[in-house]
Ligand binder design. Structure first.
Ligand code: MN
Ligand code: MN
Length: 282
């Protein structure tokens, strides 16, 4: 186990950078995810658990993971530009970024930043929702439109959505138009295997979980997955994971901080997958 961590030591380009993005103005139904990052950090560093992952990576070891704090937004600069430039700076410094939302709208500027570095890029979205609306409530940058923008701009070569259970007619035609691969709950199987021959970015919307496990989301959608099913799928991914975001945790809807603990657990297991499958820096 220790050898895994020795391998990462003394190599700055292997470090995970945790960055909080407290931004939720593009939420269509209720605000709250902007308050998520401190709760996820509190759960991550809580003495109730430890920082070893199931695959044996010690995230508390020197030089494995750095917490960069939260982005700050000002009155003058476009928030989406702030997100993209901050992410780009992390990639320039050879970090492996994991962003904590915020709502799902933050994934668009994040993927723009990644696309500038990776000319081959796959996107694995865990979500109860496809988020493929051409626009919602007159907002093209709604958290429900993120993946329509990403696909229109051709920011990824492949989009795979896992856990979808709210597909409607409009979004189904969008999915077909953009060639999205949808693994919906209707056809869920526990032995699903996902393989990527190019770098893959994970966008994890907390509402992919069944609300019984993760009530702290704005859009509770029954019939979802368990933490165990999702963690096992993450562990079984084939291909280099180069970054991630964990979004849509809404502390205002949580019960006894259950969902912050689940968010931190998902964060740990994704971080281990990033470190263990690490692609060469672009
Ligand atoms: Mn979403
Ligand atoms: Mn969702």
């Amino acid at each position: 186990m220790q050898r895994i961590n020795d391998f990462f030591k003394h190599n700055a380009s292997n470090k995970i950078a945790i960055i909080g993005i407290p931004y939720d103005v593009n939420s269509s139904f209720m605000r709250g995810p902007a308050g998520a990052p401190p709760f996820i950090r509190k759960a991550l560093f809580s003495d109730a658990s430890n920082l070893w992952t199931e695959k044996g990576v010690d995230l508390s070891a020197d030089d494995v993971m750095l917490d960069m704090g939260d982005l700050t937004f000002n009155q003058t600069d476009d928030p989406m530009t702030i997100i993209e430039t901050s992410l780009t700076r992390l990639l320039d410094d050879k970090f492996l970024p994991i962003a904590l939302g915020g709502d799902h709208a933050i994934t668009y500027p994040l993927i723009r930043g990644f696309r500038n570095k990776y000319n081959k890029l796959s996107l694995l979205q865990f979500d109860a929702h496809p988020d493929l609306y051409h626009e919602l409530q007159d907002n093209r940058y709604s958290h429900a439109s993120t993946f329509a923008r990403i696909m229109e701009d051709k920011l990824v070569d492949r989009l795979i959505q896992v856990g979808v259970r709210t597909m409607n007619g409009h979004q189904r035609s969008q999915a077909e138009k953009f060639g999205v691969e949808v693994v919906d709950m209707l056809n869920w199987r526990d032995d699903i295997q996902l393989a990527f021959d190019s770098p893959v970015y994970i966008s994890f919307d907390m509402d992919v979980l069944d609300p019984a496990y993760a009530p702290g989301v704005s859009h509770r959608e029954p019939g979802g997955l368990s933490p165990r099913q999702l963690i096992s799928l993450i562990h079984s991914l084939k291909g280099p994971v180069i970054g991630a975001d964990i979004v849509e945790y809404n502390p205002k809807n949580d019960l006894s901080e259950i969902t912050s603990m689940v968010s931190a657990k998902i964060l740990k297991e994704i971080a281990a997958q990033v470190l263990l499958t690490r692609a060469p820096s672009p």
